[in-house]
Design a protein around this ligand. Structure first.
Ligand code: SF4
Length: 477
């Protein structure tokens, strides 16, 4: 028996689709309290007095946050409790700070907020954030990744250094489109140049980087959206590691709601979005993960636009069907993006897997004035078991940087082994050895890893130590 039939889901039914922990880590989202973003409000973004900016008062995460007075500690504790009640392992946690622009909040608030999240995971209060971080290195609920959502104009050197000192490993940027005219029209308050600069700074700092893209904005067309999406991956200025695609919907209490009633704006219909999504999935390279498609907006807040939340499933089924040998059209649509190839989903969907044929495959590409090496453990069916992102700057005195190491499997408690677990067969070690080999061969003298606080022990066992600023794990060659 594997965990796909043993565990329970969120409602306590048999957990047949444990997608939330399928990648091996339990996500814990914490909402920030309602507060206007520093630049104002984007035209498509809902504003409600009692909900975090960009959320509606009836989104599940907001309901939970409101009931806990937006207290970060209580929010994390409540999430851990519900995971435990449903027997989901919580030894590896990805903490996600959501809502509004957290990096636009006062600094004291930010530090206190993050500290309280660590306190909740540790099970006791520390005197300072740095102490709480230290305690988390050996805590039962370890923070293996910390994600912050921000805007391209809120990624200054100072803000990046703050994020690093809190233990952040992933940053998600609201990019939406690459067009200054549209940015102006929808009051984004930043430019394409900000996206380019933030992308480079974040990658140089070692973060895993995600973009949020929004096809169907006022002023765009399906052709333009497809073109922009291709540009995201063809131009060296962008190339994110992951994307979330949220087609534009008309939501209550937004600027575009008014435009919709004035007939100045019409959102895309389902067929248009579906065709566009097929193009987008096809254009996503193998080093990028399409994290999510569609936002879950409670029906009564949706004025117009798509209502189908699980559109991704339809689109993927369509692609698989078109690609099947038995399809009369015989078209072969190859999808390379990460999530489509992950072993957890292959097992869930009962696709053929060949773990005995796992080999290391490296894809090299240029991005933001550096070289990226995407190192994967794949089998002969192209199922993905683990990955590593290595970045090399031109200047060889700059240490080589591991921006991500991830070995896929359903979340398992330490010590627990199952037939379907690939997290314990040394793939992480193999991927790290490959990265070190490449960096050394190309003349770099040092390697750094951005690591969640809770993964530091793992790297210590591989000969790494915490650097002098208490940020990265480092090793000299
Ligand atoms: S930056 Fe994000 S949260 Fe702020 S108004 Fe724009 S979309 Fe909403």
């Amino acid at each position: 028996m594997n965990e796909f039939v043993e565990r329970k889901d969120w409602e306590g039914k048999d957990q047949k689709k444990p997608t939330r922990t399928i990648s091996g880590v339990a996500p814990v989202s914490v909402m920030v309290p309602p507060r206007r973003c520093p630049h104002g409000v984007c035209a498509y973004c809902p504003t409600f007095d009692n909900a975090s900016q960009s959320y509606t008062p009836e989104s599940p995460a907001v309901i939970r946050a409101i009931s806990l007075a937006y207290d970060p500690k209580r929010q994390v504790e409540a999430r851990l409790k519900s995971y435990n009640a449903m027997k989901h392992p919580t030894d590896k946690i990805e903490l996600i700070i959501m809502g509004g622009t957290f990096m636009g909040f006062p600094r004291d608030f930010q530090v206190d907020f993050v500290k309280k999240c660590y306190d909740a995971m540790n099970g006791f209060d520390s005197k300072s954030l740095q102490e709480a971080k230290k305690a988390n290195e050996k805590a039962k609920n370890r923070c293996v990744a910390l994600c912050i959502e921000t805007r391209p104009d809120h990624c200054s050197e100072q803000q990046i250094s703050d994020m690093l000192s809190w233990g952040t490993t992933r940053v998600e940027l609201g990019v939406q489109i690459l067009d200054d005219k549209i940015y102006k029209k929808i009051n984004r308050g930043h430019s394409v140049r900000d996206v380019v600069e933030a992308t480079e700074r974040l990658k140089k700092a070692g973060f895993k980087l995600g973009y949020h893209m929004m096809p169907g904005l006022p002023g765009s067309t399906p052709q333009k959206d497809a073109r922009v999406y291709k540009q995201v991956f063809s131009s060296d200025k962008f190339k994110p590691d992951q994307v979330k695609i949220y087609p534009c919907q008309v939501i209550k209490n937004t600027g575009i709601e008014k435009w919709f009633y004035e007939r100045k704006f019409v959102p895309y219909d389902e067929k248009t979005v579906r065709d566009l999504l097929v193009k987008m999935l096809k254009a996503t390279p193998r080093y990028c993960r399409v994290m999510r498609i569609m936002r879950e907006i409670p029906q009564r807040y949706l004025v117009a636009g798509l209502t189908k939340i699980d559109l991704r499933k339809d689109v993927e089924e369509y692609i698989r069907d078109q690609s099947s040998k038995d399809h009369p059209a015989g078209r072969k649509i190859k999808i390379n993006e990460i999530r489509f190839r992950e072993i957890g989903f292959a097992l869930r969907d009962k696709r053929e897997i060949k773990p005995e044929t796992i080999k290391i495959k490296t894809t090299k590409y240029s991005a933001s004035h550096g070289k990226e090496f995407f190192i994967e453990a794949v089998d002969s069916k192209d199922n993905l078991y683990g990955l590593l992102r290595l970045r090399l700057e031109k200047d060889k005195k700059t240490p080589s940087m591991v921006r991500e190491l991830h070995v896929y499997s359903p979340a398992l408690n330490l010590g627990e082994r199952e037939e379907t677990s690939f997290q314990h067969i040394g793939l992480g070690k193999k991927l790290m050895a490959e990265a070190e080999k490449i960096a050394k061969k190309l003349g770099y003298k040092k390697i750094r890893v951005i690591s969640g606080v809770g993964v530091r022990e793992y790297y210590k066992n591989l000969g790494y130590k915490v650097d002098e600023n208490n940020v990265y794990m480092v090793k000299d060659f």
